[in-house]
Ligand binder design. Sequence first.
Ligand SMILES: [Zn+2]
Length: 212
Amino acid sequence: MSRIDPTAFQRVKEAVDISEVARHFGLEPDRRGWCCCPFHGEKTPSFHLYQQRYHCFGCDAHGDVMDLVAALLDVPLLEAAKEINEVFHLGIDLGAPADPVAVAMAEAERERKRQFQAWRKDALLVLTRRFRALWLMVKVGGALAVPGSIPDTYANALREIETIGYYLDLLTFEEDEALWEAMPAINGAVGRAKEEKCDVKKPEKGHGQAAG
Ligand SMILES: [Zn+2]
């Protein structure tokens, strides 16, 4: 039997998303990564998926993606690695030293995923801040507005809130593929939000409110 490439397990783990793998094997984590534990009977989810690992707060089962598949299928780690490799078409050679081309491609893919996640996180952060600032602006603007007249800043803020709210939905709930299409538009919004100082602009005071 050929030797296992010592880096192969690591490459298998890094090449997949544990949530995706969990779903493939029948788990149904919610948006926050919680689901009922497959290893002990329960009706209230205490099984949690993290970025790379899982942990059950009920039965203390925990591990990485390969431990998960090995436990779910009740097979040794090597079998779990082979299964993940096959199901997710990773093309990782588990029985021989790594093929440099395949390694380079896998690394490029990992890097692409890493950059994508970093982009997503940054966009979420920037747009969430902008969203909050706009809400504040609208609340203050609404409180100070003269009845019957809507200041431009107020109307613009409302429009921007709608757009940014939509992008935040995409960033939070959409799969990667769907997000790719929206990326240029989201980048535009992120760029504009970064240019804004996000400070609260109070509308001009009306004539009847001269400072006393
Ligand atoms: Zn459990």
